[in-house]
Ligand binder design. Sequence first.
Ligand code: C2E
Ligand code: CA
Ligand code: CA
Length: 552
Amino acid sequence: MDKEKQRKLDELFEAFSVVAEGAYVYLCDMSEDISRWSKSAVNYFGLPGEYIENAGGIWEEHIHTDDRDDYHHSIDMIFSGKDSGHDMQYRAKTRDGNYVVCTCRGVVLRDAEGNPAYFGGAIKNHGIKSYVDTVTGLRSLYGFFEDLRAIFWKKDKSIILQLGISGFSNLNDVYGYSFGNRILQQLGRLVQKKFANVGAVYRMDGTKMVVISRTLCLDEVAERYSELQDAVSHDFYVDDELISLSLNAGLVVADNFDISDKTVYSCLKFAYSESKNRKLGDLVIFHDMLSHDNREVLEKINIIRNNVSENCNGFYLCYQPIMYATSEKLKGMEALVRWKNDTYGSVPPNQFIPVLEQDTLFPKLGKWILRQAMTDGLKFIEKYPDMVMNVNLSYAQMEKDGFIKEVLDLLEETGFPANNLCLEITERCRLLDMELLKDMVKIFRDNGIRIALDDFGTGYASLGILRELPVDTVKIDREYVKDVEKSKADQSTVRFISDLADAFSAEVCVEGVETEEMKDFLKQYKVSSLQGYYYSKPVPSEEFLKMDFVAG
Ligand code: C2E
Ligand code: CA
Ligand code: CA
């Protein structure tokens, strides 16, 4: 390149740089195809130098393969004189192999005769790859949180929809990982198309995606979701292969901005998990679940959530006796959590446990419950030395690293004997890795802690869990015994579950025993213990100690 041309290139380059405001600058002399690039871009992307021959081709190598066609087409149009600039977004690979999202604005400068002479512009780096998902090109979880915070900041009423695929790991197993990625890409595109101009789409963890819309109403979002469901269940091709996907979706309306964005996210995850686990993919709208006004529910959850971080302020435990079925003496009690404050009074666990289980804070509450139950339990032991304290566990605390040690440490810290403790798990634990669960149960039992399988039969995996895990007790849910004196179905269920438990050498506890007649009726089955309002409702520890049960 001759001196004069280089001087001109440098001069223009400096001029561009002045207005670039933190973006990388590039300028190409189109007759020579020599470009000058910002030093920072050269270092960041690992380009050959500040002056580059055929920079278009070299830069193209840095662009994500999925975005390359668009880029290539645009450069062709510019160099052939058909286009006078571009404004596009793509992912570009950095020196260390990560992708960043870039927006690139370029213009063509013409000479006196009107022929294209220079192509120059600015590339804005929107940051580290974590803001964009490299598989789908959608904004990522981090991008979602950033935008969610902005919504709260601006108090923009929005609808937030999370969707995801059921049984995706099977697809991965059958077709392979990279095909799995293409399914996600395709789905991402489809969702983007469905919400084009009315919603922003994000790729979350796993197969989940989120749409935030500030313009659509609930019914419109619901309609689009059902159209998506239709499309992916029988009209969805990936690499010419017909793939049938089943989707799940949860939705929350953000219309209350005095609460934390994390609360909204927990509620969203809860609605999604309900759709997936209970509603076979039907859209679950958060406030419908709890049958209250959306604002009030979110507010309550937000306060409860904050209370967890403030040393579990407002939480307390009630205890309900569990009696031996034959002697009707006290076997032990179950600890049941409550929360109360001045505005809302006493709130039952069904209104907050399922939502908090989706929250990263849950393990903190879980630990508080265990410690409190053990501390109260020491007083119960003085009166009833052989009693067994049942404490409910949630998969959200069990999945945390170090949970086993946490329980054993708490026993040591409080001095509560392991033999007096029974941990209640539910079939929802199947969400954990089965090997991990087996090890956990084995270690607990080796240490003398008992395990009960709660709510047996209410989920579809109860039998599977019973086959895999050695448990001491199977608890039959109240749902199945409500009408046991009259209903043949209830009778068969109790007989079936008690025979099944017996086959796996587990005892049976029946919950929800409300009357004397019911209690007497149940005695004909292989039932070892009973729990219910007939004996007592759950009461605070002082009250429990005032009742005089005969120790079993
Ligand atoms: P669950 O573990 O199945 O607890 C039994 C529920 O049945 C309790 O409701 C209890 O008050 C209620 N109950 C007991 N006897 C009778 C009866 O005779 N009639 C009727 N109608 N109900 C009876 P509660 O305390 O509202 O707890 C509901 C659920 O919340 C629990 O069901 C459990 O899944 C969850 N939960 C409660 N405490 C905790 C806890 O500390 N940790 C965890 N992870 N979950 C908890
Ligand atoms: Ca329980
Ligand atoms: Ca239960």
